[in-house]
Design a protein around this ligand. Structure first.
Ligand code: ZN
Length: 131
């Protein structure tokens, strides 16, 4: 089963999409399997990381900005090469195991849509596979 979700991203940030993924798993009726969360954009991505302390997202954004700054040598005409680099660094998808109808996430983990090129109208898909 495939489900698509839309979201607006007013600023560069990580947006918690765990509840939408749980919704997709529940709607699928799958009890044991996997959920693949996929982002079809080139300047946004998907990652799994901590949800408890909001400073973790702050620090990840800061670290990515330090690792991938804008550079005058960049040639891409749209002028958002740093966003492309960050999107590649976090990746376009995440796979989560489903056990007993529940996502097998750790206590502190959430699934994040990572926006690096705001503001945008975005989408992501969740494919649930299993019995
Ligand atoms: Zn671009």
């Amino acid at each position: 089963m495939l489900q698509k979700f839309d979201l607006s991203t007013p600023r560069e940030n990580f947006y918690n999409i765990t509840s939408q993924v749980r919704e997709a798993v529940s709607a699928s009726g799958v009890k044991d399997g996997i959920a693949v969360v996929f982002c079809p954009h080139t300047t946004a991505g998907i990652t799994i990381n901590e949800n408890a302390d909001p400073d973790v997202v702050h620090d990840m954004l800061l670290g990515l900005a330090k690792a991938y700054p804008d550079r005058p040598e960049f040639r891409h005409g749209e002028g958002n090469s740093a966003a492309h680099l960050k999107a590649t660094a976090v990746g376009s998808s995440a796979t989560v195991i489903i056990e007993g109808g529940r996502l097998l996430l750790g206590t502190w983990q959430s699934i994040w849509f990572c926006e690096f090129d705001p503001p945008r109208k975005r989408a992501f898909s969740v494919k649930v596979i299993g019995d």
